[in-house]
Write a protein that binds this ligand. Structure first.
Ligand code: CU
Length: 110
């Protein structure tokens, strides 16, 4: 592997994952500006909603990259150190933030 463990207390990023996360986030930033302009221009609501939904999908993509990075670095190191129970519990907590993996948390009730 082309990375060195500096600290177990801090998330380390594999360069490819860092690049992918940054690229996706910067794309989201540009997309948000476009959606803000749509609202400002009072565009047709469903058109705006479609773009917001696309943004949500993009952000879930960022979390998938971050989760992949976490498993390949922090989780691997914790398992090697024998902190298995602790890291598995944390991982289960972490994937709650990734609806793309865990599915919708709850149906919205209107
Ligand atoms: Cu991590």
């Amino acid at each position: 592997m082309g990375y060195t463990v500096v600290s177990y207390g801090k998330d380390l990023m594999i360069p490819d994952h860092k690049k992918a996360a940054l690229n996706r986030l910067k794309t989201v930033r540009g997309h948000i500006d476009a959606v803000i302009a749509m609202v400002d221009d009072e565009r047709y609501c469903p058109d705006i909603m479609k773009q917001v939904s696309a943004l949500q999908g993009s952000l879930e993509g960022v979390n998938r990259v971050l989760l992949e990075n976490h498993v390949e670095t922090c989780v691997m190191h914790a398992v090697k150190e024998g902190r298995t129970t602790e890291i598995v519990n944390e991982l289960l907590e972490t994937i709650r933030y990734t609806p793309a993996i865990t599915g919708p948390i709850k149906e919205a009730t209107l």
